[in-house]
Design a protein around this ligand. Structure first.
Ligand code: ADP
Length: 463
């Protein structure tokens, strides 16, 4: 047989897959949140750079107009405009470097404006204007450099986001693929096997069993199905055996009846007629007893053995039952051994009586050469013990273990002594229904003693 490596449980495996998918989803979600925040910041800084460049260009135009204009009012207006635009530019300075450059530009523009207002020498004004232009240009350069840097970092994040997205997608597709493959080849194969076995069993194949392979849960399901199927098959087998036994045992008295009745069709002597009628009466009684036993068994098997429990003095019950047999056979004297004091027992008197009758009649029946039948009631270890002993045929140990099964007859008695092997089965069921036990002590050729142990329910007064 091929040794299969032990497989992890379905529950564990599915938990791991779920955790893996959750981790991937969590990583992707976190990365997306971080990336969108970074992109938002980049786009905001790009917008500020564009705005700064735009303002710087307007400042340059104002500076140019200022240098070209000779109208004092226009120059003043332009100087005010320049101050407003430089102040506005401060709002868009996103980096420390840009803020420092802007401060420098403000200084240079102020110096130029002051020099031109004070009407200093043209070369100096020219130098200060060039310095102001240079400072504004530096501001533009910084903003363009910042915008480029933001753009390249946006491209980098884009690449990273793409890589992350593709990795996550590949991982998820891989996990889903492996999961599907595993479900089809590993998880579902034993499941389909179990289903097939169930269908076969349902169609009537009592031998159909599921292969106990796969993950522990599926192995467990298969094992339970197999156990159930075996128990149903065994029950069915037992039912068929029982039915076979019933049919077989009904056939014997019916055969005898048929032969006896056919004999009545011919002219017969008075004595012959009498004998035939006796046979018919005996076989009818036998049939009646068998049908009664079958009814009892049917009730027992259906769980309908209805007990009517009440407190009873078992010494009285056993004595009265035994007295029924006193006249029965001179060969089998009944010896009663009843303890002076025995507690009352909670039981169904009719059922216990039925059990005792069965045991005493067996004791008589299986002692064909006669002998005393000892019937006793005693109490010990919290139990009331009814014993029925004989000195008849007895049984070996193997037979003793089988006699409580239905339709079981043992030893030589089965051929020569009438019976159908149901009495002790019913007795045992009655005793079990009372939460009691039955045991037998026997030796071939020396007789048998049956003991019924019923639970005590308190001390009782002497009868
Ligand atoms: P039946 O007596 O109708 O055969 P039972 O169920 O009462 O059925 O008994 C089953 C078998 O046990 C009997 O066929 C007999 O072989 C054996 N048996 C029962 N009681 C005794 C006994 N007292 N002595 C010897 N054998 C017995």
């Amino acid at each position: 047989m091929i040794e299969r490596s032990p497989q992890p449980s379905l529950r564990k495996l599915l938990s791991w897959v779920t955790v893996l998918v959750m981790v991937v989803a969590l990583v992707v979600t976190t990365a997306l949140v971080v990336l969108t925040t970074l992109l938002h910041r980049t786009s905001a800084s790009l917008a500020a750079n564009v705005e700064s460049v735009h303002l710087a260009e307007e400042i340059e135009i104002d500076l140019l107009l200022h240098s070209r204009s000779s109208d004092l009012l226009v120059r003043e207006d332009l100087a005010g405009d320049l101050a407003v635009k430089l102040a506005k530019a401060a709002q868009f300075a996103v980096s420390a470097r840009e803020a420092a450059t802007l401060r420098d530009a403000v200084l240079r523009v102020d110096e130029y404006l002051k020099a031109s207002q004070e009407r200093r020498a043209e070369p100096e004004i020219e130098r200060l204007r060039s310095a102001a232009f240079a400072a504004i240009e530096a501001l533009i350069d910084i903003n363009i450099a910042d915008a480029r840097a933001a753009q390249s970092s946006a491209e980098r994040w884009d690449t990273q986001a793409n890589a992350l997205g593709i990795t996550a997608a590949v991982l998820l597709v891989l996990v889903a693929g492996v999961l599907l493959w595993w479900l089809r080849t590993r998880a579902f194969t034993p499941l389909f096997g179990i289903m097939r076995a169930m269908q076969d069993f349902e169609r009537g194949d009592r031998e159909a069993r599921a292969e106990e392979t796969g993950h522990p849960e599926l192995r467990d399901v298969a094992l339970r199905f197999n156990q159930l199927a075996s128990s149903v098959a065994a029950q069915r087998q037992a039912q068929m055996t029982f039915l076979g036994g019933v049919a077989h045992d009904l056939r014997n008295p019916l055969n005898v009846l048929r032969i006896a009745i056919s004999a009545l069709g011919r002219p017969v002597s008075e004595a012959r007629m009498q004998k035939t009628l006796e046979i018919v009466a005996r076989q009818t009684t036998c049939l009646e007893r068998m049908v009664g036993d079958f009814l009892d068994i049917a009730r027992i098997e259906a769980g309908d053995l209805e007990l009517k429990p009440a407190l009873h003095d078992l010494r009285k019950l056993v004595r009265e039952t035994a007295e029924l047999f006193i006249e029965h056979s001179a060969l089998h004297p009944i010896e009663l051994e009843l303890d002076a004091e025995v507690p009352l027992a909670r039981c169904d008197a009719l059922r216990v009586e039925q059990a005792v009758i069965n045991l005493i009649s067996n004791a008589v029946k299986y002692s064909p050469r006669g002998g005393a039948v000892k019937v006793g009631v005693t109490s010990a270890h919290g139990e009331i013990v009814i014993s029925v002993g004989d000195s008849g045929l007895g049984m070996n140990e193997a037979d003793q273990r089988r006699i409580f099964d239905p339709f079981t007859r043992v030893g030589l008695s089965q051929d020569s002594i009438p019976g159908c092997g149901l009495g002790l089965y019913i007795v045992r069921k009655i005793v079990l229904a009372h939460a009691g036990r039955i045991e037998v002590d026997s030796k071939p050729g020396h007789g048998s003693t049956f003991r019924v142990r019923l639970p005590e329910s308190g001390p009782g007064p002497a009868p």
